[in-house]
Structure formats: C-alpha cells, structure tokens
Design a protein around this ligand. Sequence first.
Ligand code: SF4
Ligand code: SF4
Length: 55
Amino acid sequence: MAYVISDECINCGACAAACPVEAISEKDGKMVIDPEKCIECGSCAATCPVGAPQN
Ligand code: SF4
Ligand code: SF4
C-alpha cells in the first residue's frame, strides 16, 4: 500500500522535498501522494513534523 497523507498535514512541503521518486505534489491546496509512484520508502513519514503520511 502506498503512503497516504492525512488531514493533519499543514502543507509545509518537507515531504515532497524528501521523496526520492517525486510522488508528492500539491493538488487543490492539499499535498497528495501518487500511489503509482510511491515506493513506500517512508522518507515522507520520517520527515513530516506532524506525522501526516501514513500507510
Ligand atoms: Fe515518496 Fe517514500 Fe513517501 Fe512514498 S513513502 S511518498 S516514495 S517519500
Ligand atoms: Fe504535510 Fe507533513 Fe508533507 Fe509537511 S511534511 S506537507 S505536514 S505531509
């Protein structure tokens, strides 16, 4: 299962910078993970200050 960003996200952008496959982008004002690109490395979860990316 690809990681998913929960509503706790504060849109800081740190996860997008940490993602090795550029799976994270902003869509309609919310950060979203493309499940087709995510390789489940966990970098986004490790980087996020509020623990929003989960799997
Ligand atoms: Fe990117 Fe890794 Fe997070 Fe998937 S788990 S969105 S590959 S940083
Ligand atoms: Fe949202 Fe966390 Fe990503 Fe920041 S690092 S944009 S709070 S999911």
